[in-house]
Design a protein around this ligand. Sequence first.
Ligand SMILES: [Zn+2]
Length: 97
Amino acid sequence: MTISFTTETRHPESPCVECGHPLSASGGPCEAKPGDLSLCIYCGSLNAFADDMTLRMPTVDEFLEVAADSEFQEARRALMKMIEDRKFSIDAPAKKP
Ligand SMILES: [Zn+2]
């Protein structure tokens, strides 16, 4: 499976609903719009776009919709692996010359 993140959507800076990290852009196969869902690049949590394109907590129905979507779950697994790898490289001691 190929997951495409070729389109970047700039949106008003707003905090991730889970980790609070400020986010102002998202990548996906097409331009994001109100009601679309997004994964936080820092913690992998699910966020939703409000009507003003700030981030909001997804509704129960939105959570259930992605829980049943195998493509979305695959994308989330790939993101979580990337986050883990990044955390490891940040935590690793710097190599001495
Ligand atoms: Zn987050």
